[in-house]
Structures are given as structure tokens and as C-alpha cells.
Design a binder for this molecule. Structure first.
Ligand SMILES: [Zn+2]
Length: 373
């Protein structure tokens, strides 16, 4: 065999089995990839789920599809009240302890009264002692809650500081849904993905409410919070509300060592891929330790169980195809793109390991400390 044919055979082998990349110690290693068929056999974790029912259909599906998940309780003014969300979450946790984790939250009722922070910490301790592993803070901070002078309370408000100090001291992760997608502050015809939502919910369309904090106000308040608490384990929900720019997101991930983001803005990620697949793929590889998979699926009692299972299973499988293969995917209204085909090691981190790490580190010891209180 001459040199040329050796090269042809080598090239063919690389294309068939993956590519060869250099490792940290300078050696060569062969990248390995998952396929569509691996979907069920690989352990996965969905970090953004809202269960609003005592029904188990979703949990059965998660078991079948090899997903563990984080059930997140929110302080929202609509839908199932916070206390009931938490009741369901703890009930499921009791029945399926190896399948799931719970993120609790806190109410801002009485925020302007004396003792609010102490009482809130007391409530959080109770929820954590019952098994919650993380705390969620929602967009009502910055978009709804006002102080006694009618001013919006932002995330970096000193009156919230005791809560964050409590979380830092006990190693409890905070999941922050702060602000909204940037679309929310744009006119309908300039929006990327949210036209139908804000078109039918003008009350949440911030472009129409210039007296409310701006998009930049929200991002800045969140950045200030992370600057003040570098040890706070923080997970920015929905790509940290920086879904429109991987460059802006990367700046924060570089600046805040304990910041992660969940990936529950899949259409934005696909649009980035459509615009520049290489750049998007490089982003995933560079920040593989900072990204956690999540879908923000809500499980509501009104849904037909079979339809709900199919909807979630299909979404999970679609995302898997996007991340692990280079198959063609269509993004309606924009065009076709090819999946990112991320290496196995990266998939294992964003789909499982990173979430398990931030939900478990420090938490065991803090839970025993908390229950001793
Ligand atoms: Zn959510």
C-alpha cells in the first residue's frame, strides 16, 4: 500500500468513527459520539420541569426515557398556587426519590413588613429539611414586586441580601429566572420567537410598558448580584435571559465562576446553529462544564396523559438528535440546520453530570446542618 492509499484509508476511518483530537497531555484521542439509538440507554437529567399534579404519567415517561429531573416550584400569580406545587413536588419526591430532585421557592408576600427576610429563611429551612435541594427565584422580582415607595425591587436589592447570604453559607444553589427574553422589550415585528406569546399577552409585553425596568436593568441587577456573591451557586434559567447572544452569555460565564445556565431556549440555540454552526459548537465545547439541559415542560392536570407523554418524549428526542447527531433539523420560519454532533464527554456533562454536581455538592452536609437548626 503506498502513502496515498494509506491516507485515504485513514481519512475514511476517521469519518466513519469520529475524529481525532489532541488531548491535554498532547496525545491523540479519538472523539466518540452517541447516536439516536443511544437515547434510552444514556442517563439524562432535565433540570427544568414543573409538575402541577399528583398524577404519575410524567414520572413513568421519565423512567422509560432514562431521565431524572428537577421539579421547580414557582411563586407565580397564575396557575397552581406555590404551596400546592410544593405539596405535589414533595409527594413525588417521597415516592420517587431516585428519580427526581426538588427546587423550592419563597413568597414575597409581606416583603415591605418587618421580619420578612427572617421568616422567609425560616420557610426555606423547612422546605430544605423536607428534601428540596435548590431555590428558585422568579421574574416577579424586577417585574412585579414593588417597595413601599412604589419602586420596583430588583435582584440586587439589599433587602434580599439575607436570603442570598443564607444560600451561600449553606451551599444551596439558586436558579434565577430574571427578566425575560430580549424579545419582550422589542416591538412585535422585531421579535425573533415570541410574537404570538406577547401578541396575546400585551400585559407582559414590556415594549408597551416603558415605565417598567428595561432589559438591561434586569441583566445588570443579576450581574451585580453575582459580582457580590462569587460563591453563590447560580443557574440562570433560559440561558440566563441572554438567549439572543452567545457572545454576551460567554462574557458572563467567563466572569462568574459559579454561574451555570439551563438550555431551555432550544429554538434560540438552533437559530445560533443555523447562523453559525461552528461558532455554536465551539461555544458548547468551551463551556461544557457550565451548561445544563432543561426543557421547562409543565405537567398540568388538564392535559391528556397520552398526548402529554408523546409531546414531552418527542421534544426530548428532538433535542437529543440536535445535540448528538449532525442530522438535518428544520427551524420553522428560518430554515434548515444540522445538529451539533457534540462529543460523548460533552453530552454526558450537559445531560447529566453538571446537574448532578450542582445539586449534590455541599448539599448533603448543609442538609444535616439545616435539620440540626
Ligand atoms: Zn419554568
Amino acid at each position: 500500500m503506498n502513502l496515498k492509499s494509506v491516507l485515504i484509508v485513514l481519512t475514511a476511518l476517521i469519518f466513519q468513527h469520529g475524529c481525532i483530537s489532541s488531548t491535554e497531555n498532547g496525545g491523540l484521542k479519538e472523539e466518540r459520539y452517541y447516536s439516536v439509538e443511544d437515547f434510552k440507554s444514556v442517563k439524562k437529567f432535565d433540570t427544568h420541569i414543573h409538575i402541577n399534579t399528583d398524577e404519575n404519567t410524567f414520572i413513568k415517561l421519565a423512567q422509560e426515557d432514562n431521565f431524572q429531573f428537577l421539579d421547580i416550584v414557582d411563586d407565580r400569580p397564575f396557575g397552581l398556587p406555590m404551596a400546592e406545587q410544593q405539596q405535589f413536588a414533595l409527594l413525588h419526591l417521597k415516592n420517587f426519590p431516585s428519580q427526581m430532585e426538588v427546587a423550592t421557592t419563597f413568597s414575597v408576600k409581606g416583603f415591605n413588613e418587618k421580619g420578612w427576610a427572617e421568616n422567609t429563611i425560616k420557610d426555606l429551612k423547612l422546605s430544605l429539611s423536607k428534601g428540596a435541594r435548590a431555590v428558585k427565584i422568579w421574574k416577579n422580582i424586577g417585574m412585579d414586586l414593588r417597595d413601599e415607595n412604589g419602586k420596583f425591587v430588583m435582584l440586587d436589592d439589599p433587602r434580599l441580601a439575607p436570603i442570598f447570604e443564607f444560600l451561600v453559607q449553606n451551599g444551596i444553589p439558586l436558579i434565577g429566572h430574571n427578566g425575560e427574553p430580549r424579545d419582550c422589550w422589542l416591538p412585535l415585528d422585531k421579535m425573533t420567537f415570541s410574537k404570538s406569546y406577547y401578541g396575546s399577552h400585551p400585559e407582559y409585553h414590556m415594549y408597551l410598558h416603558p415605565e417598567y425596568p428595561s432589559y438591561e436593568d434586569h441583566i445588570q441587577a443579576r450581574d451585580k448580584l453575582l459580582e457580590k456573591y462569587p460563591d453563590l451557586k447560580f443557574v440562570g434559567a433560559h440561558l440566563g435571559s441572554l438567549e439572543w447572544s452567545l457572545v454576551e452569555l460567554a462574557k458572563r460565564l467567563d466572569r462568574f465562576p459559579n454561574m451555570h445556565v439551563d438550555l431551555s431556549r432550544m429554538t434560540n440555540l438552533q437559530l445560533h446553529t443555523l447562523n453559525d454552526r461552528q461558532k455554536t459548537r465551539d461555544f458548547f465545547i468551551k463551556y461544557q462544564d457550565k451548561l445544563v439541559y432543561g426543557t421547562d415542560k409543565a405537567i398540568n392536570p388538564s392535559a391528556d396523559p397520552a398526548a402529554l407523554s408523546k409531546n414531552i418524549h418527542d421534544a426530548w428526542l428532538r433535542d437529543w438528535i440536535f445535540f448528538v447527531t449532525e442530522d438535518k433539523i428544520s427551524l420553522p420560519g428560518f430554515g434548515d440546520l444540522n445538529g451539533l454532533k457534540l462529543p460523548r464527554d460533552v453530552i454526558d456533562k450537559i445531560y447529566y453530570k453538571n446537574a448532578k454536581d450542582w445539586l449534590s455538592a455541599n448539599n448533603k452536609s448543609s442538609q444535616s446542618r439545616l435539620s440540626g437548626n
